[in-house]
Every structure is written in structure tokens, then in C-alpha cells.
Write a protein that binds this ligand. Structure first.
Ligand SMILES: CC[C@@H](C(=O)O)C(=O)SCCNC(=O)CCNC(=O)[C@H](O)C(C)(C)COP(=O)(O)OP(=O)(O)OC[C@H]1O[C@@H](n2cnc3c(N)ncnc32)[C@H](O)[C@@H]1OP(=O)(O)O
Length: 262
């Protein structure tokens, strides 16, 4: 129910239950967890893209399946799902939700847990939970509060209204709008700008990003750690190019330029 593909260092996870608009059942969460863990250490995967098959990105939790569970079973299920979304939010590599179509309920929670959200003009988004008499059950409101101002996030959550991707872009919830035609091709080209970079540097920037909003560190400590990270890659400690290799590449390019000018 989750299809996977690695395209040029980009791991693509496709929610594949289009007959129910990619409603997420528990089996899909298990698969999502499995692939996120598998790709965490995979040197060939530098960026993760989550998308959906068919006309929707995701219609949220599978209401059919969840309605058959007891209160205790739902509590256990949601606990496991919120851990998977948190792991996605704290993932060491960049994560991208490619909204190929409608995202509602838990579909918006999933997208909000990612680093980036890309969409096309026909996409609609809605934190519709309140219209069912419930609230976000997977941590999605907290991710939304990190992305939007308190009042904009509250407006979306309290109204349960669906908004267009263009409105969501203006709010800052969507990072980029691409044409509907060949949407995934545009997404992959956008992600390739990250995926073509050295993995060590990608991982270190993600660490710096995670730390940026961690209240346990002062700004001075965060900056010291940021500098230490740079020195690690500079010295080649992570298996990247060493100081001399960085210099060599700089001077080789410089020399080539000079030769080219003659
Ligand atoms: C439970 C977790 C909770 C959270 O913590 O966040 C949530 O996610 S709550 C929110 C749950 N989601 C919803 O309320 C959305 C429900 N779906 C829709 O609003 C619409 O289906 C749609 C996604 C906007 C598409 O509308 P439309 O194009 O008109 O299609 P249909 O409505 O006819 O749907 C076709 C088919 O799909 C089934 N379906 C859709 N969503 C779900 C779902 N979330 N769970 C289970 N099944 C779903 C729908 O019942 C239809 O089935 P059939 O009638 O058997 O064809």
C-alpha cells in the first residue's frame, strides 16, 4: 500500500490506496515506519518525498478501519502513529510532502510534519477534524503552530475549512506551487537541488535546523555547535573531502579558469 522508488538519490514514498483517496490505515503506517528506518542510513537516499497515487494526496486516517477499533485500541494506534510522524518531523534527511491532490485531516498532519510542502494549483487542504467533532490526533496541530502564526493556525483548526493551495502558499503553509501537468517531475527537479549535494553536509544542516528551535541551548551554544559541524566536514572526519581536498578542488577550478582565459 506504500510504493517506493529511489530516483537519483531521492527516496519516493507513494501512498497507494487511491480508491479511498489514500486514507491511511495502520498497515500503511507500519510500512511508512519500515521505509523511513531503512532509508535513514542508506547512503543512496538523501531526500525523502511523500506523495499520493491518483487524485488525492491523503484523506486522513482510514475512518472505516478506525471506527472498528475500541477506545483502547485507538489510543494505542494513535500513540504509535504520532511517534511515526514525530520521527518523520525529526528525520535526519530533508523531507518533502508533494501534494498531488487533496489533503485533509490526518493527510494535512502528515504533510505538516515534513520540512517542505509542494503543491499544484488544484490542490485543496483542510484540517477538517473539527467537523467530525474531533481534534488532530497525530501531533498535526503542533506542527502547524510551528509553521504558521498562532492566529492563522487556530483559524484553520477551529473552522475546519478547506483552502486552496494558493491560499495556503500565501499563508506560508505551502512552499512552492508547480504546474499540475508533470507535477512529480517538477517536484523531483526541485529536490534534486538538495539531492546533488554531499550527504554529510545535508545531515549537518538538518541537525542545525533541529537545534535552532531547541530551547535547551542558548544561541551562543547553537552557534558553537554549528561551527564545530563545519569543522568536522572541513577536516574530512565524516569521510567527506578533507581540508586539502577542498582547497585542491578550489584551486583546480581556479587554474582551469585561468587556462580557459588564455
Ligand atoms: C482518524 C484520524 C484523524 C486525525 O487524527 O487527523 C483524521 O484523519 S480525521 C479526518 C478524516 N478524513 C476525512 O474526514 C475526509 C473524508 N473524505 C472526504 O472528505 C472525501 O472523501 C474526499 C477525500 C474530499 C474526496 O471526496 P470525493 O472525491 O467526493 O470522494 P468520495 O467521498 O466519494 O470518496 C470515495 C471513497 O473513498 C472513501 N474515503 C474517503 N476518505 C476516506 C477516509 N478518510 N477513510 C476511509 N474511507 C474514505 C469514501 O468513503 C468512498 O468510499 P466508497 O463510498 O466505498 O466508494
Amino acid at each position: 500500500m506504500i510504493k517506493t522508488e529511489i530516483i537519483g538519490n531521492i527516496g519516493v514514498l507513494t501512498l497507494a490506496r487511491p480508491w479511498v483517496h489514500n486514507a491511511l490505515n495502520f498497515q500503511m503506517f507500519k510500512e511508512l515506519k519500515y521505509y523511513l528506518e531503512k532509508w535513514r542510513e542508506d547512503q543512496d537516499v538523501k531526500v525523502i518525498v511523500l506523495t499520493g497515487e491518483g487524485e488525492s494526496f491523503c484523506s486522513g486516517g482510514d475512518l472505516e478501519e478506525f471506527s472498528q477499533l475500541s477506545k483502547e485500541e485507538i489510543a494505542d494506534c494513535f500513540k504509535q502513529i504520532k511517534d511515526i510522524l514525530l520521527a518523520l518531523h525529526q528525520y535526519p534527511k530533508p523531507t518533502v510532502a508533494a501534494l498531488n491532490g487533496t489533503a485533509v485531516g490526518g493527510g494535512c498532519e502528515l504533510a505538516s510534519a515534513c520540512d517542505f510542502r509542494l503543491a499544484h494549483p488544484a490542490v485543496q487542504l483542510g484540517f477538517v477534524q473539527i467537523r467530525l467533532g474531533i481534534t488532530t490526533g497525530w501531533g498535526g496541530a503542533n506542527y502547524l503552530f510551528k509553521l504558521l502564526s498562532r492566529q492563522k493556525a487556530l483559524e484553520l483548526l477551529l473552522s475546519g475549512e478547506r483552502i486552496s493551495s494558493i491560499e495556503a502558499y500565501k499563508l506560508g503553509l505551502i512552499d512552492k506551487i508547480f504546474p499540475t501537468e508533470d507535477f512529480l517531475r517538477h517536484v523531483l527537479a526541485w529536490c534534486r537541488r538538495f539531492a546533488c549535494q554531499p550527504l554529510d553536509a545535508i545531515l549537518l544542516y538538518k541537525q542545525t535546523a533541529q537545534q535552532a528551535d531547541d530551547p535547551r541551548f542558548t544561541l551562543s551554544q547553537k552557534i558553537t555547535l554549528e561551527v564545530e559541524r563545519c569543522l568536522k566536514v572541513w577536516g574530512g572526519q565524516l569521510g567527506g573531502p578533507s581540508l586539502s581536498a577542498v582547497n585542491a578542488s578550489f584551486f583546480t577550478k581556479k587554474q582551469e579558469k585561468v587556462v580557459g582565459r588564455v
